[in-house]
Design a protein around this ligand. Structure first.
Ligand SMILES: Cc1cc2nc3c(=O)[nH]c(=O)nc-3n(C[C@H](O)[C@H](O)[C@H](O)COP(=O)(O)O)c2cc1C
Length: 198
C-alpha cells in the first residue's frame, strides 16, 4: 500500500514537471493577447522584432517569433553568405516551434527583414508549413538602403489563398533614436486605415 502511494506521488510529480515545462515552451513562442490576431515574424538583428512589438501594442494581438532550429551566424559577412546560398537554393530552414492552435486566428501579420530584396528563408519556411487559406494576411517588413523591394509582395505571393490587407515597410534605422515617434505614428495611421487597431 505504501509503495502504491509512493508510485502515485512519483507519477503526479512527473505530470506537474511536464506541465510546467510545456507551459514554459509555449510562453516562449507566443505572448498572450486578444486571441484573434497573430503577429508572426523573424528578426535577425532586432529591427523587425521592434516593429512587431509596436504592432502588438497597438492591435493587442499575440506575438509569435519564427525561430530557425539553427540560428544564422552572428558574424554579418557569414550571415550574408549563408543567406544568399539559402535564398538561391530555395532552402526552407527547419523551425523550432509551431503556432499553438492556428485556427483561433483570423488575421495574421507576417513580418520579415529584407534579405537580398525579398523574404527571409525562415519566413518562407513558416508560410510553407502553415496553411493560411481564408485568413487575412498582412505583411510587414524592415529594410536597409534598398527599400522594401519584394518583401511585402513576396509574403502575399507565398499566401495565394489568403485575403490581404495593405502592408507596412520601414527602414530599420527609423525604429531607433529620434525617428521612433514618427514611426509609431505611421504604424498607427496604417493600422487605422486597415481597421486593425484595438
Ligand atoms: C543577409 C542580409 C541581407 C540583407 N539584404 C538587404 C537588401 O537586399 N536590401 C536592404 O534594403 N536591406 C538588406 N538587409 C538589411 C536588413 O533588411 C535590415 O537591416 C533590416 O532592418 C534588419 O531587420 P532585423 O533587425 O529584424 O533582422 C540585409 C540584411 C541581412 C542580414
Amino acid at each position: 500500500m505504501r509503495w502504491a502511494k509512493l508510485a502515485l506521488a512519483a507519477v503526479c510529480g512527473l505530470v506537474v514537471i511536464f506541465n510546467v515545462f510545456g507551459a514554459a515552451a509555449n510562453d516562449a513562442a507566443t505572448t498572450a493577447g486578444n486571441g484573434k490576431i497573430l503577429i508572426a515574424y523573424y528578426s535577425y538583428s532586432g529591427n523587425t522584432a521592434t516593429l512587431a512589438r509596436e504592432i502588438q501594442k497597438q492591435t493587442g494581438g499575440d506575438l509569435f517569433v519564427i525561430t530557425p532550429v539553427n540560428s544564422y551566424p552572428s558574424n554579418y559577412q557569414e550571415c550574408l553568405t549563408q543567406a544568399k546560398l539559402e535564398i538561391d537554393g530555395g532552402v526552407k530552414p527547419e523551425l523550432q516551434a509551431n503556432v499553438a492552435d492556428l485556427a483561433q486566428y483570423d488575421t495574421i501579420f507576417v513580418g520579415t527583414p529584407n534579405w537580398y530584396g525579398g523574404v527571409t528563408p525562415p519566413v518562407a519556411a513558416f508560410l510553407a508549413a502553415n496553411d493560411l487559406t481564408g485568413k487575412k494576411v498582412i505583411p510587414f517588413c524592415t529594410h536597409g538602403t534598398g527599400g522594401e523591394q519584394k518583401c511585402l509582395t513576396g509574403i502575399a505571393a507565398l499566401t495565394p489563398n489568403s485575403d490581404h490587407a495593405a502592408g507596412f515597410a520601414v527602414a530599420g534605422n527609423r525604429l531607433k533614436g529620434a525617428s521612433v515617434a514618427d514611426t509609431r505614428a505611421a504604424v498607427a495611421e496604417w493600422l487605422q486605415k486597415i481597421g486593425a487597431t484595438k
